[in-house]
Design a protein around this ligand. Structure first.
Ligand code: GTR
Length: 331
């Protein structure tokens, strides 16, 4: 018995000495933690879960993905921090909170940057998308590898007071925005009061009236059950923000070149798979929202909204004119 205990202890010691980061350990079985703010079944989560199955199959179980959905590891800010220190491998986040980390990514966060969702997807799939992933991976302060893009549709304002049809309708409304000054400035320039907070705090803030509303795509509004506290959903489409799958640079550097290439390849497949899942979910969410009593309206004229956010473009876009032009030139 004593010998058995000693055996177990020395095996544990050996694993500890080798450490998860050493090349020798990289050949061993490795469970890569992944996280997302959304629940199981949500397109981004499902795409990464499916990627995990493929990874497991391709490596005979040596590499696998363990998904922690539904903000189990905190909001997106916490997710980024955990990936940076290597406490988790994959984080699926919005580009929104990445702006303060990699300033150039803020171009994607400008209101009305993309003509429509198809335009955004074309940009992600093309050279600009690749460049921006590389910019992120090469950024010495980010501590992250950019693997792939995911679709996040268009974001629309919802609130518990009234339908938003004109810019004036936003006046005085407290609207939760993602934690990035671009978004607070956007809402303020539209006449509302932008309140920055994490997604993990939002449902509580809606419930207690700390905010009158928020803005998001249909699947988030539906899966987060925000319709329960903010039934007016107005198609403002003011933001089309790509989502992004990132990997901890710290863990990445402990992987072999082959494993890195495999993860990269599977992530690109996940990008396309998520897009299919997204299209289906958007439709299903719309049906559910209506069933749940959401009152949905179109915005007859978006031009005044676009004119109102001009100061945001001046403030955050001026230094990236060339990039903005290239994005606009993608037809
Ligand atoms: C969702 C997005 C999340 C998160 C959230 C938010 O659409 O999928 O990554 O950014 O919005 O508003 O914080």
């Amino acid at each position: 018995m004593k010998r058995l205990v000693t055996g177990i202890a020395s095996a544990a010691l050996l694993a500890a000495v080798l450490g998860a980061g050493s090349p020798a350990f990289a050949q061993q079985k490795m469970v890569l933690k992944a996280t997302d703010v959304h629940p199981l079944g949500y397109p981004t989560v499902e795409a990464v879960v499916r990627m995990g199955k493929k990874l497991e199959q391709a490596t005979n179980g040596r590499l696998s993905i363990q998904m922690f959905p539904s903000m189990q590891l905190g909001g997106e800010k916490e997710m980024i921090e955990q990936a940076q220190v290597g406490a988790l491998a994959f984080a699926r986040i919005s580009v929104g909170p990445m702006g303060p980390v990699v300033p150039e990514l803020n171009v994607f966060n400008l209101p009305f940057m993309f003509r429509d969702v198809a335009h955004a997807e074309k940009v992600m799939d093309g050279p600009i998308g690749d460049e921006m992933l590389k910019k992120l991976s090469d950024n010495p302060n980010a501590g992250l590898i950019g693997l792939a893009w995911m679709s996040g549709g268009a974001r629309n304002v919802y609130n518990n007071k009234k339908p938003i049809k004109t810019v004036d309708d936003l006046k005085g409304l407290k609207i939760r925005m993602m934690g990035n000054p671009v978004f607070v400035d956007t809402m303020n320039s539209l006449g509302g009061n932008g309140v920055a907070m994490g997604y993990d705090q939002l449902i509580n803030a809606l419930q207690t009236g700390v905010v009158d509303g928020a803005e998001n795509n249909e699947p988030s509004y539906e899966s987060g059950q925000h319709y329960r506290y903010a039934k007016y959903y107005s198609n403002t489409g003011h933001l089309i923000i790509p989502e992004i799958l990132v990997f901890s640079k710290k863990i990445w550097e402990s992987l072999s070149k082959d494993d890195q290439a495999l993860i990269m390849k599977l992530a690109k497949e996940a990008q396309q798979e998520q897009r299919q899942l997204w299209a289906e979910r958007e439709k299903a969410s719309l049906v559910k929202m209506k069933e749940a009593g959401a009152i949905i309206n179109d915005v007859p004229d978006k031009k005044p909204f676009q004119a109102a956010v001009k100061p945001v473009w001046d403030k955050y876009g001026a230094q990236y004119q060339a990039l903005i032009q290239r994005i606009q030139d993608v037809k």
